[in-house]
Ligand binder design. Sequence first.
Ligand code: AHR
Length: 315
Amino acid sequence: FLASLILTSCRQKQGDKIKVGFSQAMTTDDWRKQMNSAIKIEASLRPEVDLKISDANNNIAKQIEDIERFISNKVDVIIVSPIQSKPLTAVVEKSIKAGIPVLVVDRKIEGENYTAYLGADNIEIGRIAARYIISHSKGSGKIIEITGAKGSSPAYERSLGFSQIISENKRFKIENTIQGDWEGESVKTPLKTILLQNPNVEYIFSQNDRMALSAWETAKTLGVENKIKFIGVDGLNTVNGGIELVKNGVLDGTILYPTGGNEALKLALKMYNKEPIPKNNILNTIVIDQNNAEIIENQMDKVDQQQAVIESQQG
Ligand code: AHR
């Protein structure tokens, strides 16, 4: 540890910065905007860090190119939130081979050939959603599940955990699974068809809040939004974020999925300094419902205010 501190300070004396390349999957949604803003704030507190963020715009070929560029520019550490697991695996391995450590955040690659992972436990998030439904249900026990994009690990893992728990309980059934793509638009047409054929649905579990809001809007067009309960994931403290949707009764509950932006930079620097860190760095989660939405909102407001002060000081 001492050696790594000496290394860092020698490097600073030489005027070199620690180059961190962050390959973000896309920045179209508020969850990822918050992740980027948290990592930028953390970097701004450390003048020795030179953080570059590349936005892949949900384009796998671009994300591979972005990481290739970080490798050829010889950055010190790469952070990546992969669009999909399989297609990003080889370029992460290439970085490891080139001696550049890689922190994988939120979505995983295939296999274990990366330095460390950071994110909430997505299998557990699926299980928590299922247990919430089982403990609150007063109706038919018929469920529709709406998944995130195929090939992205949280979609697979949230489904896995959800179906594990639901299948243990005979009163509940996942009647339909809609393959969404994390965005609201992907939900509307298939859900409308299913709801017209299946009027007795009790719960819709959407793997994020944007799709949950879209599910509620779709049900509203059919006049059945008050007969169904909606569960999401993310729990952002933004306009139309999960907390607001719970507070105004659109969602029955949501499960917090922290972005981990600030932790990502801290871990990346530990990796750079060759400090020992766990392979899996799991962020905590919590159910947000009518009982605690306001309390959590107040806590998040305080953090947001502190971040706003830091951002304003950066000019
Ligand atoms: O990878 C997981 C998901 O990515 C978040 O839950 C979501 O909202 C974001 O688009």
